[in-house]
Design a protein around this ligand. Structure first.
Ligand code: 5GP
Ligand code: ZN
Length: 111
């Protein structure tokens, strides 16, 4: 399977990693939409949040998203976590990822 995020997780494609452990990897988005724009992914290939069946992994992802945001100095300023599922929501890479966005005011509702 040719999945760009699997390849980043495996270290076969370079990325600016900001955190990694045995289950997840966080790296800067190649096309940032905010001063801080990081993607947090599971190392295992999960197509989208709709296919996330491991509650332990789900909890780990959420906890690490908050921890990575804190490590990037976003906790006081505020940040947003986004998961796009499917074409109408703009999912373009079919390996689950949590966007961690911050460093500027974020409007609501999102586009
Ligand atoms: P989606 O639209 O699926 O929610 O988000 C996919 C994100 O992955 C986009 O923000 C896009 O810029 C980012 N992206 C796509 N390919 C690469 C890549 O090869 N490296 C990095 N660092 N980010 C990527
Ligand atoms: Zn993958």
């Amino acid at each position: 399977m040719d999945c760009i995020f699997c390849r980043i997780a495996a270290g076969e494609v370079p990325a600016e990693k900001v955190y990694e452990d045995d289950r997840v990897v966080a790296f800067r988005d190649i096309n940032p939409q905010a001063p801080v724009h990081v993607l947090l992914i599971p190392r295992t290939h999960v197509e989208s949040v709709a296919r996330l069946e491991d509650p332990g992994l789900a909890a780990h992802l959420l906890q690490k998203a908050a921890e990575v945001a804190r490590s990037l100095d976003l906790e006081k300023k505020g940040y947003r976590l986004v998961i796009n599922h499917g074409p109408l929501a703009g999912q373009s890479v079919f390996h689950l990822h949590i966007h961690i966005l911050g460093g500027r005011p974020l409007s609501w509702p999102p586009g």
